[in-house]
Design a protein around this ligand. Structure first.
Ligand SMILES: NC(=O)c1ccc[n+]([C@@H]2O[C@H](COP(=O)([O-])OP(=O)(O)OC[C@H]3O[C@@H](n4cnc5c(N)ncnc54)[C@H](O)[C@@H]3O)[C@@H](O)[C@H]2O)c1
Length: 340
């Protein structure tokens, strides 16, 4: 029922290279905020690898000169520039069309994503304020957790600056989709590159709602396996946090997911049709003011919200359980900006 969900396959990269050589390529300037971090470095590498990117601006409070020098030797067209520390924040955003934000602290074992709120809320607020001033028309893709609250924070900041366009601010939930595709493909012996499982809601615990009933190709599981798979997708981040034993959370798979989403945004900007990704955006689909569903992306960001589709009764119950938690997370983000 949905147009194809995007996958950055070799074929897509080849297609991008061809576009570049035929001169139909537009300029795409991407800024990565938090570029020296566990996610930021591999994400910057993957964006540098894409021939769709013509300029790559790397901002962090530490270490960007080294990361940029290293990446700048890679034989792809993107010009890489380093911006280090708050004095260079605004310059890093000038002319950016896509801003990807993985800045902030990650979880340690025993922590929820909400436990990161106190540190990351102000980081995202300050980066959003600079973006609202310098690049108000850019697409902003937020990876920093808790995504359920950081997207409302950035949106409120843009609103206060008088430049809010709800179609241009995105919470990156792509890793949940990547994980769902992988786990379902493994369970059924499918090709993961051809498996598409929408995941809706938010990006933490019970707010993550995999729609296995809408998987392509169609799959079915006994109730107990369906429940176990759903819970594994919801808690997959914690699996990585535990395995990394205090050294961080998902970085490499997140960089892959962030690049998949970032490249989808660039393709949409370039006028490619049928670009669909799930993303946590301002939404009227449920009672929650922000909600992730499959989104048709276009030159102006969200072109069409493709909604929930048909839910199974199991998925309807997951949705019911998620809404109060999501609303609480959204309120917390809005209050953080408005009560200061
Ligand atoms: N959306 C998702 O699916 C998802 C998945 C995994 C992790 N995350 C989140 O991504 C964030 C980053 O994780 P990580 O593992 O890369 O952490 P990290 O600690 O390895 O890197 C974070 C980087 O942010 C930088 N930073 C801190 N304050 C900054 C500021 N004010 N401006 C710019 N940069 C700043 C740090 O210097 C560091 O380089 C965390 O909040 C984590 O929870 C999200």
């Amino acid at each position: 029922m949905f147009p194809r969900l995007m996958k950055p396959t070799a074929a897509l990269v080849q297609q991008s290279t061809k576009q570049l050589s035929t001169g139909s390529q537009r300029n795409a300037k991407v800024a990565i905020m938090g570029a020296s971090g566990g996610i930021g470095q591999p994400l910057s590498l993957l964006m540098k690898q894409s021939p769709l990117v013509t300029e790559l601006s790397l901002y962090d409070i530490v270490n960007t000169p080294g990361v940029a020098a290293d990446l700048s030797h890679i034989e792809t067209p993107a010009k890489v520039k380093a911006f280090n520390g708050p004095d260079q924040l605004k310059d890093s955003l000038k002319g950016a069309q896509v801003i990807i934000i993985p800045a902030g602290v990650p979880r340690k074992p025993g922590m929820t994503r909400d436990d990161l709120f106190n540190t990351n809320a102000s980081i995202v607020r300050d980066l959003a304020a600079a973006a609202a001033e310098v690049a108000p028309k850019a697409f902003v893709a937020i990876i920093s957790n808790p995504v359920n609250s950081t997207v409302p924070i950035a949106s409120e900041v843009f609103q206060k600056a008088g430049v809010y366009d709800p179609n241009r601010i995105f919470g990156v939930t792509t890793l949940d989709i990547v994980r769902a595709n992988t786990f379902i493909a493994e369970a059924k012996g499918l090709d993961p590159l051809k498996t598409q499982v929408p995941v809706i809601g938010g990006h933490s615990g019970i707010t993550i709602i995999p729609l296995i009933s809408q998987a392509k190709p169609q799959v079915s599981f006994p109730d107990d396996q369906l429940k176990a798979l759903t819970e594994r997708i919801q808690e997959a981040g914690t699996e990585v946090v535990k395995a990394k034993a205090g050294t961080g959370s998902a970085t490499l798979s997140m960089a892959y997911a962030g690049a998949r989403f970032g490249i989808a945004l660039i393709k949409a900007l370039n006028g490619e049709q049928n670009i669909v990704e799930c993303s946590y955006v301002r939404s009227n689909v449920t009672e929650a003011k922000y909600f992730s569903t499959p989104i048709l992306l276009g030159k102006n960001g969200v072109e069409k919200n493709l909604g929930l589709g048909k839910l199974s009764s199991f998925e309807s119950k997951l949705l019911e359980a998620a809404i109060p938690e999501l609303k609480k997370n959204i309120q917390k983000g809005e209050d953080f900006v408005n009560k200061k």
